[in-house]
Design a protein around this ligand. Structure first.
Ligand code: SF4
Length: 355
């Protein structure tokens, strides 16, 4: 049998736990796709249906670049919207392009029941040990949780670092160290050690800093290329940045019934994908007196389009400004930066005027 050289498209830094699962749990090789660039997006867009959302195009571009780097098996993770059907469509396009690769579609499993991944894991390594794979899956999920905890802390504090680059540098070290973790015990030790080091970074936080909450669609929020590195841009302006949306929250802490109760009065139904958490979080940010909300989505993302009128109602009721971004392959870094600067000036003036 040809050795499996597995790949998964970039999605923030979540390639690291996926690599852990593939190498430690399933004894396969892992090919990290080249970093996402404009070329990746162009490549993906060229072979995608025009009106499909940007995550589809970026994923396709990443797959093709990884195949050219030697990958021969592509992992698809799935999601709560049409992302769950992307696997089949990507597979068809990639086969039509003449690539001879295998697809491992984890959208067929259920993350709360690790045993449901058995059939797909078997495709990766028919001689796999179920115990080993389950243990690696649990460790990689724990890794996701650790990364999200560190990320939250960095996001809240990076805007106030005294020595520019302190958080970024330490974060890069943490990610590099994560790649060498061998067990859950090591992972927990490493993360708690780094958390202490992050907490020791000198910061100068003003008494009443500007606070912005970010809401929106999975991929546009979690993949910095997709949102033009927005969180770092905002941090550079000196603000607290808060976002709930990450993999561990959406996998383990999403309570549909509870959320629906909280947003009663604004929405009666779950409109799919991330729309409900977008509304619920925006409402929380408004109630907690945040200075602004930024809504991110890909062009053509129907669930988030449905959430936008609801956000306008929240904005009107709580007098909180909302800045909307809809990304496509034509969005420019400069355009995003200009709008963010104008938003920053506006929320700063409002705060100074006591509104
Ligand atoms: S949530 Fe929206 S942008 Fe994301 S994959 Fe689904 S439809 Fe596309």
């Amino acid at each position: 049998m040809t050795t499996r050289k597995i790949t998964y498209p970039h999605f923030g830094n979540y390639c690291i736990p996926i690599e852990y699962l593939m190498t430690k749990g399933l004894d396969s090789q892992y090919v990290t796709p080249p970093p996402i660039t404009k070329k990746t997006l162009e490549l993906g867009s060229k072979h995608s249906p025009d009106y499909v959302c940007a995550p589809f195009k970026i994923h396709l571009g990443c797959y093709i670049e990884a195949i050219e780097k030697g990958a021969n098996a592509l992992v698809q993770l799935g999601g709560a919207c049409r992302l769950g059907y992307y696997g089949e469509l990507h597979e068809q396009i990639i086969k039509d392009l003449g690539y001879d690769v295998d697809f491992i579609n984890l959208a067929k499993g259920d993350y709360s029941k690790p045993q449901t991944f058995y059939a797909e894991f078997k495709k990766i390594n028919p001689e796999m040990s179920l115990t080993k794979a389950t243990s690696a899956l649990l460790t990689s999920l724990k890794m996701v949780e650790c990364m999200d905890t560190v990320d939250d802390f960095v996001r809240r504090n990076i805007g106030f670092e005294i020595i520019k680059g302190s958080f970024e540098d330490m974060y890069a070290d943490y990610l590099a160290a994560l790649k060498h973790v061998e067990s859950r015990k090591e992972l927990e030790y490493l993360t708690s050690n780094y958390m202490k080091r992050f907490k020791a970074i000198p910061v100068k936080t003003p008494k009443n800093p500007l606070k912005v909450g970010i809401v929106g669609e999975y991929y546009s929020i979690m993949e910095p290329f997709s949102n033009h590195n927005m969180e770092r841009e905002l941090a550079g302006m000196g603000m607290v940045i808060e976002r709930w949306m990450n993999i561990s929250n959406s996998l383990f802490h999403f309570q549909e019934k509870e959320m629906l109760t909280k947003i009663r009065g604004y929405s009666k139904y779950n409109m799919g994908a991330t729309s409900m958490s977008t509304i619920e979080r925006a409402l929380q940010f408004a109630k907690k007196g945040y200075d602004g909300i930024i809504h991110l989505k890909s062009f053509g993302c129907t669930p988030e389009m449905d959430a936008m009128p609801v956000l306008q109602n929240i904005s009107a009721d709580y007098k909180i400004p909302v800045l909307y971004f809809s990304f496509d392959s034509q969005t420019s870094d400069e355009g995003v930066k200009t709008r963010l600067e104008a938003f920053y000036d506006m929320i700063k003036m409002r705060k100074e005027a006591g509104r």
